[in-house]
Design a protein around this ligand. Structure first.
Ligand SMILES: *Cc1c(COP(=O)(O)O)cnc(C)c1O
Length: 373
C-alpha cells in the first residue's frame, strides 16, 4: 500500500478493538471450541494480512478464507496456522493448495472423486462440507455412504467436517426450528461416521450468529466473521444483543469545498435534490468507488463534521459527494469528515442502503488508504 496517510479518504483500523472483540467472543466458546477467524474478502474489507498477524499474536491459529489467492496471500506474508479455503478451487489449481499448506473444502462427493484425476504431488488436506439445508455447497447430509467414502480416498487427508447455518441470525420460531434441524442432521452424520470408527477430525457449524444463538454446541471451531469486526449484520441486532463489541473500522474523508447556494439550485447528478432556501453545502472527498453505496442518495444519511451531523444531499458520485452544512459553523476546506465512526455506524449505512454490513464492508474500495493502529 502507498503510505501517503490521511490525504483524501481513508480508513482507520483498530487492532486493539479486534483483540477486544476476540476476548468477548471467546467467552461464548464451549468446551474445547476455538475461534476460527473468518478473514475472507480481505478481512471483510479491513486488511487480512494485518489481521492474520495480529490474531497470531493473540493466540489464534485457525483461519478461513474464501479463495485460494486469499490463502496464498496470508501464507506469503507469514501468517501461521491452519487456513481453510471455504469456497471452490478449480482442479487445475489444487497443487497450490498443497504447496502453500492450505486446507481445501470438499464441495461435494463428485469433487472429491474427481481430485483423483489431478495426480497431485502430495496428499490434499481437506475439510468435508455437508449440506444440511442451505443448498449452496456440501454433500447431502443424507448421503452418509458418500461421505464415508471421501474419508477413505487415499489422495485426501480429511482433517475435518463442517456445515453452515442459513438463518442463525433469526429469532423467529420457525427459523430457530430450522437451525435446530440443521444441527440434528449434522449431528447424525457425525454419529454415523463415529459408528464406523472413522476419525472425523475437526467438527464445526457455527458462524457469528450461530455462536451466540446456539452457544451450547461443543464442537471444535466457531467460524466467526462479522462479529470479529465489531459490527452486527443489521442495526436492530445491536439493540437486541447483550454482546458488547467495538467496531474495528472507521472511515474519514476531507471537506473539498464550502459554499452558499441560493434557493432552487440543484445539487449533483440528475438534479434529484433542489434547495428550498439558501443553503451552505460542502463537497466531501469520498464516493461510491470508495465503497459508499450510491443508493443512499436522498435517504437522510449523515456524516459528521466538527462533531455535528450533516446530511448527504443529491446523488453520491464516484469520487465525491455533497453534504448540507448550513447549521455547522466554521466548516473549512480540508476539515476531516467522519463517514463511519463516533456515533455514525456502518449499521446505519447498511440500513439506509437496504443492505447488510457484511456486504458494505467487503465492498470497501481498494482506493481507501489504510491506517492500521
Ligand atoms: C463467511 C462465512 C462464515 C462467517 O460468517 P459470519 O456470519 O460473518 O460470521 C462462516 N462460514 C462460512 C462457510 C462462510 O462462508
Amino acid at each position: 500500500m502507498n503510505a501517503i496517510g490521511k490525504n483524501r479518504a481513508w480508513m482507520e483500523i483498530s487492532l486493539k478493538n479486534l483483540e477486544y472483540n476476540v476476548k468477548q467472543l471467546q467467552k461464548y466458546l464451549q468446551g474445547n471450541c476455538e475461534l476460527m477467524a473468518v478473514i475472507k474478502a480481505n478481512a471483510y474489507g479491513h486488511e487480512a494480512v494485518a489481521f492474520g498477524k495480529k490474531l497470531n499474536e493473540i493466540g489464534i491459529f485457525h483461519f478461513a478464507v474464501a479463495t485460494l489467492n486469499e490463502g496464498i496471500e496470508l501464507r506469503k506474508n507469514g501468517v501461521k496456522g491452519d487456513i481453510l479455503i471455504l469456497g471452490y478451487t478449480d482442479f487445475s489449481c489444487l497443487q497450490y493448495v498443497i504447496d502453500y499448506d492450505l486446507i481445501q473444502t470438499v464441495v461435494d462427493y463428485n469433487y472429491a472423486k474427481k481430485i483423483k484425476t489431478c495426480s497431485l504431488n502430495g496428499k490434499l488436506k481437506v475439510h468435508i462440507k455437508v449440506n444440511t439445508g442451505m443448498n449452496r455447497i456440501g454433500e447431502g447430509y443424507e448421503n452418509i455412504d458418500f461421505i464415508k467414502e471421501i474419508y477413505h480416498m487415499p489422495y485426501l487427508q480429511v482433517l475435518g467436517i463442517f456445515s453452515h447455518f442459513c438463518v442463525a441470525d433469526s429469532v423467529k420460531k420457525e427459523d430457530i426450528a430450522f437451525s435446530k434441524q440443521q444441527i440434528n442432521r449434522f449431528e447424525n452424520v457425525i454419529n454415523e461416521l463415529k459408528k464406523d470408527n472413522i476419525a472425523v477430525g475437526k467438527v464445526h457449524i457455527q458462524n457469528s450468529y450461530g455462536l451466540i444463538h446456539y452457544n451450547d454446541l461443543k464442537y471444535d471451531y466457531a467460524r466467526v466473521g462479522i462479529f470479529l469486526y465489531g459490527v452486527f449484520s443489521e442495526k436492530q441486532d445491536r439493540e437486541n444483543f447483550s454482546l458488547n463489541l467495538k467496531p474495528v473500522l472507521s472511515i474519514y474523508a476531507r471537506v473539498v469545498s464550502v459554499k452558499w447556494i441560493d434557493a432552487h439550485e440543484f445539487v449533483s447528478y440528475g438534479r434529484t435534490y433542489e434547495t428550498k432556501e439558501k443553503r451552505k453545502i460542502a463537497t466531501v472527498s469520498i464516493g461510491y468507488a470508495d465503497g459508499i453505496p450510491r443508493n443512499i442518495s436522498g435517504r437522510g444519511m449523515n456524516v459528521s463534521i466538527n462533531n455535528c451531523h450533516a446530511p448527504i444531499i443529491g446523488r453520491v458520485c464516484m469520487d465525491q459527494m455533497v453534504v448540507d452544512v448550513t447549521d455547522i459553523e466554521n466548516v473549512m476546506q480540508g476539515d476531516i469528515v467522519t463517514i463511519i465512526g463516533k456515533d455514525i455506524t456502518i449499521e446505519d449505512l447498511a440500513e439506509k442502503s437496504d443492505s447488510i454490513t457484511n456486504e458494505l464492508l467487503s465492498r470497501l474500495g481498494s482506493r481507501l488508504e489504510k491506517i492500521i493502529q
